[in-house]
Design a binder for this molecule. Structure first.
Ligand SMILES: [Fe+2]
Length: 313
């Protein structure tokens, strides 16, 4: 159709994309057009602002490399990743859920590790942490034989795939749940870490006077056919950024019960106090077991990256 005025544009575009055969894709594209056009009308977007927005999208791509995914960071920084997670889990948002953000650092082939073993694979400073986790179905029955990937950052705030100093697969492991649906492992207590701010995400955080820290957390990915793959994180309630996570990932249900021990350690004689333990029970919903695509695939080389900290205003 020939466009006569600004109102005609939306109608013309919607009409053209009605021809998409796949009904779900047709629904998504139509809603995207309506909301995108509605957004421009609502804020009366100027031509300069439109150019800036295009530049922002280009910058998301340019800042994405084999070891960094700026689009994942932006989605998290806008709370969009958490919204998608909560809309799609916990009986589609009806009940509490242990599901949480995947984040960019998951790797496909974590080393199989026996229950009780350590995931510290190269010298890593920090207090010792023992983790016990149980995995149950929605009826409370233990899930045996699930594969559980575990990964977390070092106390210096780096995952091994972004940190050339750490051994390959340091602070990662793949465990298998036993009859009680249980896994356990030894590691070091993770620290919170800054997200990179040299791209468009940094510009947005500065504009809003936000800091760029994620509170300390452990990541889990639970895979067993017959169950919806559970992606989760357990957060440290004593982290000073627990209620201002730059990625909006912290949910009430995923606050961990870290216990600090000042007594001698009975679990391993080499451990000096203080040491920490954490226990957590996860509920895994029924559904289709599907592994995500790793957001990054590269491993950092050369110097350890320097990621500046932004102070919140
Ligand atoms: Fe993380």
């Amino acid at each position: 159709m020939i466009i006569g005025n600004e109102k005609d544009v939306t109608e013309a575009v919607l009409k053209e994309y009605q021809r998409i055969e796949n009904p779900r894709l047709r629904e998504i594209v139509a809603a995207l057009i309506r909301h995108l056009h509605g957004f421009a009308r609502e804020v009366k977007l100027t031509e300069e602002e439109f150019q800036a927005a295009i530049g922002y999208i280009v910058a998301l791509g340019k800042h994405t490399t084999a070891t960094h995914n700026e689009a994942v960071l932006m989605s998290g920084s806008l709370g969009f990743s958490t919204l998608i997670c909560l809309l799609n889990n916990g009986n589609r948002g009806q009940t509490e859920t242990d599901a949480n953000l995947l984040g960019p650092f998951w790797r496909m082939d974590s080393p199989p590790t026996k229950n009780g073993d350590s995931i510290v694979r190269s010298p890593t400073p920090g207090a010792v942490l023992f983790v016990d986790a149980w995995f149950r179905d929605t009826k409370g029955m233990p899930i045996q034989g699930a594969e559980v990937d575990v990964w977390h950052s070092s106390t210096e705030g780096f995952y091994e795939n972004q940190d050339p100093v750490q051994a390959d697969m340091n602070l990662r492991g793949k465990f298998t749940t036993d009859k009680a649906g249980h896994i356990s492992f030894r590691s070091v207590k993770p620290a919170g870490y800054p997200i990179p701010i040299d791209g468009p995400v940094g510009a947005l955080l500065r504009a809003a006077g936000r800091h760029n820290m994620r509170p300390a957390h452990l990541h889990f990915l639970v895979y067993k056919p017959g169950f919806k793959t559970l992606i989760s994180q357990i957060y440290d309630p004593l982290d000073k950024n627990i209620d201002t996570d730059v990625q909006f990932g912290v949910t009430q249900h995923l606050i961990g019960n870290y216990i600090k021990h000042d007594e001698a350690c009975t679990r391993a004689p080499d451990v000096k106090p203080p040491w920490y333990s954490i226990e957590h029970s996860f509920v895994v919903e029924s559904g289709t077991a599907r592994l995500p695509k790793p957001p990054i695939t590269g491993k950092a080389h050369g110097e350890r990256p320097q990621i500046p900290h932004l102070e919140a205003v």
